[in-house]
Design a protein around this ligand. Structure first.
Ligand code: AMP
Ligand code: MG
Length: 503
């Protein structure tokens, strides 16, 4: 559904800035701070496609200069936006784009990618802004590569997310726990507006700005909701449902965001702001991927609850527009059923079972038991589901892959007996079910150790592993037998890996 011919010369990209139509107290117009002698670390041709850039454009000096922030594309009004938020459950006051600069928006090539046909381009790590607080406005190569790869991996998994066009690196050192080099990730999304953008105006007692923001979001991204009697209530309900569904999608692939603060929650229900994220490996429902999160507020099992908590925070901010507590609560009450419905469907797909009313309760138990078995055996989340997708209705040698991941094989065998009986009740066709299961249970995820290897090579200016991982993760459901190694369990050294907010 390409609407225009891909642009090879980036300077021909037609950039506007829809966000700049908001009143001027929503942002500060400023240019990115240049980085000397930047180089391309990685670029996604799929993300480029989404904005009509041809693959040829990615390997040019102009591309590197523009997407490091050293040159501007004509038409762009670069700006940093203000927002606030709750961090770790506590009101944090004003935050804002402390190191992100929005260049503007361009035409989406695929109508499905954007509700208003525009995609915003944002540089992350492009220098200080009035919202940098104590920060230096920069992002380091390590976390930029992680964000780049994970954004594209999530897109490959079919999970709503901001995209990553590129990472550029530099030899400019910035101080973190140790000195690291600065990099810039170019992110794409129809909008980077957060729950915290609304909270900002609510807590600043600014009803006019609050309404301007809500009207902007409705008009640009949810025009159909303007037909409702109370569009603000409809907006809260829609965002609540999208957030619930997103949480179900995260849970179903074992993705942990790590910092689900309200300033990191997208008003479009997409995954935003990749920091100390992780994918579940040895299953532990209480797993905390963010080293800094000592209380486990953002652990795997907490994510759906926190998604709901965050919608409450948004509801509080929208209350003056919605009008009554009852109407606000009515919209919020959509969370639980939306989550349950989405998660139940995803689980049935993961287990290769039809959603049959008469099996509802028994299926729930069957699924819970499998999660319990994974937990008791420390079985790898991704392997367990992928290997489950290889087994036949009758016992066969294909069971062994799955059994290998479990210590207590007899307990697994008992479970498998029940599972097989369940398959028989719907006369499940092995090849068709296996194909369907393999299209939802990925073989490849961005394991921390894989990212780490790519990062260490990139720190030595070998970017080949970034490109290779990107290519594998773009098609996470395909066998790609030649890349079997990339589906392997983490090596012993990877157990020591820690990721924190320092990025
Ligand atoms: P994050 O945890 O990356 O979502 O960031 C939380 C807040 O801190 C946001 O307002 C960021 O813009 C800001 N921030 C994080 N790192 C930096 C940095 N190095 N320089 C300036 N602001 C930063
Ligand atoms: Mg953030």
């Amino acid at each position: 559904m390409t609407s225009t011919i891909p642009v090879t010369d980036i300077s021909n990209l037609s950039v506007e800035n829809q966000f700049a139509q908001l009143p001027s107290d929503f942002y500060t117009v400023l240019r990115p701070t240049p980085l000397a002698a930047p180089y391309l670390v990685g670029a996604s041709s799929k993300a480029a496609d989404a904005i009509g850039l041809s693959a040829d454009a990615l390997n040019t000096d102009l591309f590197t200069e523009i997407f490091t922030g050293n040159q501007l594309i004509s038409g762009s009004t670069p700006l940093a936006a203000v927002y606030s938020g709750h961090q770790f459950g506590v009101w944090a006051g004003q935050l804002g784009d402390g190191r992100a600069i929005l260049l503007g928006d361009v035409a989406a090539q695929n109508t499905a990618d954007s509700p208003n046909g525009r995609i915003e381009i944002q540089l992350k790590g492009a220098g200080m802004t009035p919202y940098s607080r104590m920060g230096d406005g920069r992002a380091v190569l390590r976390s930029s590569i992680r964000e780049f790869l994970c954004s594209e991996a999530m897109a490959g998994l079919g999970i709503p997310t901001s995209r990553a066009l590129s990472v550029t690196g530099s030899d400019h050192y910035v101080m973190r726990e140790t000195p690291e080099t600065a990099a810039v990730v170019t992110r794409l999304a129809p909008s980077f507006i957060r729950f915290g953008s609304f909270e900002h105006w609510y807590y600043n007692n600014a009803p006019e700005q609050l309404q301007a923001l809500a009207d902007f979001v409705l008009g640009n991204y949810y025009p159909a909701l303007l037909e409702h009697d109370n569009p603000y209530q409809a907006l809260l309900q829609e965002v609540t449902q999208r957030t619930a569904k997103l949480m179900a999608q995260w849970q179903a692939v074992g993705f942990m965001h790590g910092v689900m603060n309200t300033d990191n929650m997208s008003i479009l229900g997409i995954t935003l702001d990749y920091g100390p994220f992780g994918f579940m490996e040895a299953f532990n429902a209480g797993h905390i991927c963010n080293h800094t999160d000592t209380q486990g507020r953002y652990s795997y099992r907490m994510q759906p609850k926190i998604g709901h908590w965050n919608c409450h925070a948004l509801a509080q901010a929208l209350l003056p527009l919605i009008g009554t507590v009852e109407d606000t609560q009515a919209a919020l009450s959509a969370y639980q059923p939306a989550y349950q419905q989405a998660f139940d469907l995803l689980l049935h797909q993961k287990f290769g079972l039809q959603q049959l009313t008469e099996h509802r309760e028994a299926d729930g138990k069957l699924f819970d038991q499998f999660f319990d078995l994974m937990q008791q055996n420390g079985a790898d989340f991704t392997h367990s589901f992928r290997h489950l997708s290889y087994i036949n209705t009758a016992k066969s040698a294909l069971d062994e892959k799955l059994r290998d991941g479990f210590i207590d094989r007899s307990a697994l065998d008992l479970w498998l007996e029940q599972y097989r009986q369940r398959l028989q009740t719907e006369r499940s066709d092995d090849p068709a079910r296996q194909r369907a299961m393999q299209s939802v249970n990925p073989k490849y995820i961005l394991r921390n150790y894989l990212a780490q290897i790519a990062i260490e090579k990139a720190q030595k200016k070998d970017f080949s592993e970034v490109a290779k991982l990107l290519q594998i993760l773009e098609n996470p459901f395909d066998e790609q037998a030649e890349h079997d190694d990339y589906a392997a369990l983490p090596p012993d050294w990877a157990r020591e890996l820690e990721v924190s907010c320092s990025s």
